[in-house]
Design a protein around this ligand. Structure first.
Ligand SMILES: Cc1cc2nc3c(=O)[nH]c(=O)nc-3n(C[C@H](O)[C@H](O)[C@H](O)COP(=O)(O)O)c2cc1C
Length: 219
């Protein structure tokens, strides 16, 4: 079944996708767990080759979040000293909502690669679902997420690897503005040329003129 959306619905979908930004500063308010569960349910609709459903979602309690913050501070201390560790600990302790996503490992390297891709699709679904409900996220892949103690803390099995540690909540400080996409047109053009879709220089010139009229192109 092909979806038939109204123009307003299409505009709403476009706006959710385009307006989403990583949130770095949150208010202390923790979003309702039902909303996060709704987003996880949406995440599961992501494409996944052979329907392997490789994702594992871990809703992290405040207590577990605090222990992850301490483990992270320990790693920061080893690398950058006490002051940096104390500052990270303070920042991490203030994060409202915590969530981790892991992916099942596989003996088949290609399957694991495809499973990781599927997990990233699921995460985008999750982020957009929350964003549409006024909730922002930050995706983290720092050293702590690769520490075996992190896996133990969240209760993940050794047959999984972390795709991301996420903070979620309501945006605190004024967020970033819309994103500037720098490569879109040039990529589209080179792919089209390489694939032989646009062979004639006249056609290419016409496209370039249209792009400069619309203000698109390399920024
Ligand atoms: C796979 C992946 C890993 C990321 N890891 C980190 C991270 O460790 N720390 C961080 O600050 N941001 C991380 N991010 C967030 C990106 O930096 C962010 O999405 C990017 O700057 C684009 O900004 P936007 O999300 O506002 O469009 C990660 C994003 C992805 C997709």
């Amino acid at each position: 079944m092909i979806l038939k959306l109204t123009r307003a619905e299409i505009a709403a979908v476009d706006s959710v996708i385009r307006s989403r930004r990583t949130i770095h500063e949150f208010t202390p308010e923790v979003p309702a767990p039902e909303t996060v569960r709704e987003a996880i349910e949406q995440a599961r609709w992501a494409p996944n080759h052979h329907h392997t459903e490789p994702w594992r979602f871990y809703l992290i309690s405040p207590d577990c979040g605090a222990r992850i913050a301490e483990l992270n501070a320990e790693l920061v201390r080893q690398k950058s000293g006490d002051q940096a560790a104390a500052s990270k600990l303070q920042r991490w302790r203030a994060m409202p909502g915590w969530l981790a996503v892991t992916c099942a490992t596989s003996e088949d390297a290609n399957r694991e690669r495809e499973d990781y891709a599927a997990c990233c699709c699921a995460i985008q679904n999750l982020m957009l679902t929350l964003w549409a409900r006024g909730i922002g996220m930050k995706w983290g892949t720092g050293k702590v997420t690769r520490d075996p103690r992190f896996m133990t803390l969240i209760g993940a099995s050794p047959s999984e690897f972390t795709v991301g540690l996420f903070w979620y909540g309501y945006a605190g400080a004024a967020g970033k503005g819309p994103r500037v996409i720098t490569m879109w047109w040039s990529t589209a053009r080179s792919i089209a040329t390489r694939a032989g879709f646009i062979r004639r220089p006249r056609m290419q010139r016409r496209i370039s003129r249209a792009m400069s009229r619309s203000g698109a192109g390399l920024k």
